[in-house]
Design a protein around this ligand. Structure first.
Ligand code: SAM
Length: 219
């Protein structure tokens, strides 16, 4: 409980303020994650670190991306236990979120969380990214496509960029990146008709973990 408060304080210190309702939703999400994780492999992060390692890490994007208008559509590719899509959806009720994963069991857990939390702006979608990218209903349909810990960049670009509408962005949550990886990404992007728009860097508060955000767009 005290650790949860720590991450909420850290969030406020970097400009991400959570109201009472959001805090209670995160508490319930954490309880459900801890319980379900006993029977289903959802996360290796210990419960006392969910606040920082999952919730706050997911929300760090808000330092660099603004949900400035109504009805933005967001796709989270390889969402797993809901990261980063679900924490972003909790604090951004005006945007519409689709949480995609290739593993149905994880989505069943997420459907339970969405129902329990009463979230009206989130739905799940069972598919492999490479299959969904062929579907008209999803191809080039999203303002923002997120992914964290899903695949190496060379695969990730092909799994996320097809969903971005012109003018939108795909954002990859990454750790340390070498210049070589960035150069490699740039050459893959060329063949995918995309471009690396910017790379932003921050530190996950109360840890020494570096978080880099790679923003890709369509040419
Ligand atoms: N994004 C979550 C996080 O940061 O905690 C989950 C990361 S987990 C290591 C990777 C997730 O990507 C798994 O849930 C897996 O089922 C999903 N995944 C792997 N390959 C995929 C694909 N081709 N299409 C959709 N999801 C995929």
């Amino acid at each position: 409980m005290s650790e949860e408060r720590d991450w909420i304080i850290s969030a406020r210190e970097i400009g991400i303020s959570l109201d009472k309702k959001a805090i209670s939703l995160f508490e319930r999400y954490a309880q459900m994650l801890e319980k379900t994780n006993q029977s289903l492999n959802l996360t290796r992060v210990p419960p006392e670190d969910y606040g920082t390692r999952h919730f706050l890490d997911s929300l760090l994007l808000l330092q660099f991306y603004s949900f400035d208008r109504q009805n933005r559509s967001v796709l989270d590719v390889g969402t797993g236990a809901g990261f980063p899509g679900l924490p972003l959806a909790i604090v951004t009720p005006q945007a519409q979120f689709t949480l995609m994963d290739a593993t149905r069991k994880r989505l069943i857990f997420l459907d339970d969380v969405i129902a329990e939390l009463g979230l009206q702006n989130v739905k799940t979608f069972h598919s492999r990214a490479e299959d969904a990218a062929q579907l008209k209903a999803h191809r080039q349909q999203y303002d923002l496509v997120t992914s964290r810990a899903v695949a190496p960049l060379e695969r990730l670009i092909g799994w996320t960029l097809p969903f971005v509408r012109v003018g939108g962005v795909a954002v990859a949550y990454k750790g340390q990146l070498t210049d070589e990886e960035i150069a490699q990404a740039e050459s893959i992007l060329k063949s995918e008709k995309g471009s690396l728009l910017r790379v932003e860097e921050t530190t996950l508060p109360a840890t020494d973990a570096i978080r880099k955000f790679m923003f890709f767009g369509k040419i």
